[in-house]
Design a protein around this ligand. Structure first.
Ligand code: ASP
Length: 358
């Protein structure tokens, strides 16, 4: 009989393991592990063996920064050869950022990494924590040899990590992947869509490499009606190296405002990489489509296509921290490095493609 798969669990904090206190829910060291020990299902033969290591202190994920992403990545790297898969237990608030960041930072990843958490703590009678934890562990146990990417498992769906965004504060289905289909669905059975997963890395292949993030300075700015160009200018000021510009629709912004355009041009001339993503959940920022988009592209802004704002921000950190010069960062922002964007294939765009017009 094949040995039982072994999963390494990095427990960072979040609602899932919090304890009710007079001041509200709070993460407490050792508490999640105590609760898991009391639930016999976690020792069922269908569940892989697992070891848990906790962050100290445990975090509400609102407090996470790139240094924490690096800590998670290093914990995975240190145990990489000894385990078949990795589960990152994480708060929901910034899970999409961490998932995206890990998908870039863990280079040559040949084993699965799943992030999960919950909307209700495991200590509550009615909760989504037990289901999310057990199912994520079972997916890792069952399919570890065929999954090689960073994913989010939440409320019956397995999603590509760098495609996810938090869409609900109160529903169990807290995450969606608006521009890429789910990698798997869980009902009576566990159904993985093998056409959607990233191609396998050669095994044995190059060793896992962790790109150290945390030194770059990046920012995000959401375009809104009535914005003062001076506000954007403040965001683009040194030492900022890259900015995610969350624009309207297909990547549009108030480009007839000469001061707005001057601010953009000055920043890109200094080498600031400005990447345009779309505010709508679904669709793509493609600056070739509209005159306003063209104006941004002419001013040096790059298309983020259908990347989430979370993925674009994490990717800027990664590329700058890898040491690429701004021009190369701009180029790589427009290329899929870990399945985070789709270019030119978005059906909604086909009829509007400028070069197709007669
Ligand atoms: N504030 C919590 C966190 O992100 C929310 C959660 O876990 O659902 O850590």
């Amino acid at each position: 009989m094949a040995p039982k798969p072994k999963i390494f669990v990095v427990y960072t904090g979040g609602t899932i393991g919090m304890r009710k206190t007079p001041d509200g829910y709070r993460p407490e060291t050792g508490y999640l592990q105590d609760l898991i020990r009391q639930i016999p299902r976690f020792r069922d033969p269908a569940v892989p063996d697992f070891d848990i290591e906790e962050f100290a202190p445990l975090l509400d994920s609102a407090d996470m920064h790139p240094g924490h992403w690096l800590r998670i990545a290093d914990m995975i790297r240190l145990r990489y050869d000894d385990y078949d898969g990795f589960l990152v237990v994480h708060g929901t608030d910034t899970m999409a950022f961490t998932a995206a960041a890990l998908s870039f930072m863990l280079e040559a990843l040949a084993k699965p990494v799943i992030l999960t958490g919950s909307q209700i703590p495991l200590e509550e009678t009615r909760n989504d924590a037990q289901h999310n934890l057990l199912t994520a562990l079972m997916i890792l146990g069952e399919y570890h040899a065929r999954l090689h990417e960073v994913m989010v498992y939440f409320a019956d769906r397995l999603l590509r990590g760098n495609r996810t965004t938090k869409v609900s504060v109160g529903d169990f289905a807290a995450f969606d992947s608006p521009n890429y289909p789910a990698l798997g669905r869980v009902g009576i059975g566990i159904d993985i869509d093998w056409r959607r997963v990233l191609a396998p890395q050669p095994r044995p292949g190059p060793p896992l490499r962790v790109v150290e993030v945390g030194a770059a300075t990046v920012a995000a700015f959401r375009v809104f009606p009535g914005l003062k160009p001076s506000m954007l200018e403040a965001v683009l000021a040194p030492p900022v190296q890259g900015v995610v510009l969350e624009c309207y629709g297909a990547g549009n912004a108030p480009t007839t405002n000469p001061e707005f355009m001057r601010v953009i041009r000055d920043a890109t001339a200094r080498g600031v990489v400005i990447v345009d993503v779309t505010q709508p959940l679904q669709g793509s920022a493609d600056l070739r489509l509209y005159a306003t988009g063209r104006a941004l592209a002419d001013a040096g802004v790059v298309s983020g296509y259908d990347m989430t704002a979370e993925a674009a921000l994490a990717k800027l950190y990664y590329l700058f921290d890898k040491g690429y010069p701004p021009e190369r960062v701009g180029e790589l922002m427009q290329v899929a490095l870990a399945g985070e964007l789709t270019r030119d294939e978005h059906p909604a765009h086909t009829p509007f493609r400028a070069e197709d017009r007669t």
